[in-house]
Ligand binder design. Sequence first.
Ligand code: GLN
Length: 556
Amino acid sequence: MSAKYIFVTGGVVSSLGKGLAAASIGCIMESRGLKVALQKFDPYLNVDPGTMSPFQHGEVFVTDDGAETDLDLGHYERFTHSKLSRDNNWTTGRIYEMIIAKERRGDYLGKTVQVIPHVTNEIKSAMKKVAQDVDLVIIEIGGTVGDIESLPFIEAIRQMRQELGRESTLFVHVTLVPYIAAAGELKTKPTQHSVKELLSVGIQPDILLCRTDRFLSKDIKSKIALFCNVEENAVITAKDVASIYEVPLVFAREGVDRLALRYLHMDAREPDLSKWEDLVHRVYNPKDEVSIGIVGKYVEYEDSYKSLKEALVHSALLYNLKLNVNWIEAEGLEAKDQSVQAQLEHADGILVPGGFGKRGIEGMLKGIQYARENKVPFFGICLGMQTACVEFARHVCGLEQANSSEFDPATPHRVIYKLRELRGVEELGGTMRLGAWTCKLEPDTLAHSAYGQNEISERHRHRYEFNREYEDMLTAGGLRISGSTPDGTYVEIVEIADHPYFLGCQFHPEFKSKPLEPHPLFSAFVKASYENRLRRQHQREEVAVELFHRPEKVKH
Ligand code: GLN
């Protein structure tokens, strides 16, 4: 049987959580035994988000095949087992890039190339491509209905309904039902307008996912149903929740999956969300907490570190802990009048994540030095691993001017330098070392004991690498290279043995962490951080007991 399609659009405002909605529907459908694929179309003209600033776009999510994609794909992978690749994320820019290449080759045989049918045909064939071997394809259309940019995508899904019929296509529209405090009421008008907007381009939504901060009463639901021409039970309360991992449970309770299956004439077993229920139970019933300080350069925009934050949450939940993240602006650690200690002492563990460019590097180095010298668990990811090597070279091996040539091209000690195969490559789009690479782990290392495997595969996105000319000097100082590519070319993991937990990796483990399968490196780091918390607590208590028993000690 050929796959059926669920199209997810959004209206009223952006950031309503279409990506999470699509991922959550996928999650429930998988728990019903269906095989799902997820795909996203982004209306902007960049070929991919790889060249966009993290402040503009948030995190760039990297897939195994090295595609630089939208962060919603991270949600898809965390909530489902959908295998994602560059076929699962398309931008207007990439569709047009393909069409223009075809046009230049003469593939259109002299025809006028137009939005309809040429652009819409490319969009539809991209949709059909991911429908092989699955029961259900869930496709998110980025942007907000009414935007000029997203029109070709909306037109393409209209044509998909025309081609495949009602029983094979379903339109889910995510909308907003705001509570207006002054009136003491939930307002349905924005939803009505956004459905009208969809109707004007030929799409009647089947299901409305209404984002709201409270449950929709029967009255409100029937009013929306009447004005928007949908069944009353197709008006779904998509209530705000404290944890994103609760969304599948909320949707299942509202019966989204049952309704979708009925509309699509599909049979499936009852959903089994017990693992998600258990996870959410742990979210609300932590036994203790752990605080992680993240020293980065994009900290004022948390979306830049989406997968990273989620990976920490997954591991904290594994140990039944509530995660507190202290976002620490790297540049803030550079100022002479600011004490590094004051900014970092509340963190049980310190993490330096990925990043590009010179800004904030000296602050990161101070954070790393603090973690290394004070035996605070440290985890460096990509840029964090590179700066950890620079810090070690400077302060342990005495190479005061050590640096990465990314930040100081004239440094006499290029501990980190441009990837050898990228020398001379000036173009920025898609030219990094990207995607999955195998890494061999050394026995008796933190990395090996965390993974419990000799070989691993992790995703990369970088332009600079560890310079093996400095290997002997750094390892003589106590740095250990615990993971490399099997041919020995690239250094992938470094650690310090004489420390409770100090590890840096060149790849991005956060992309592969899932709520039900936390990533081993994150789990090892969170565990070490929690142990550090307990140790510090214990020390404080001992001091307190001592003061209590010997009051003369505190007399002035
Ligand atoms: N800027 C560094 C590089 O290009 C680190 C990249 C990253 O952290 N993703 O190698």
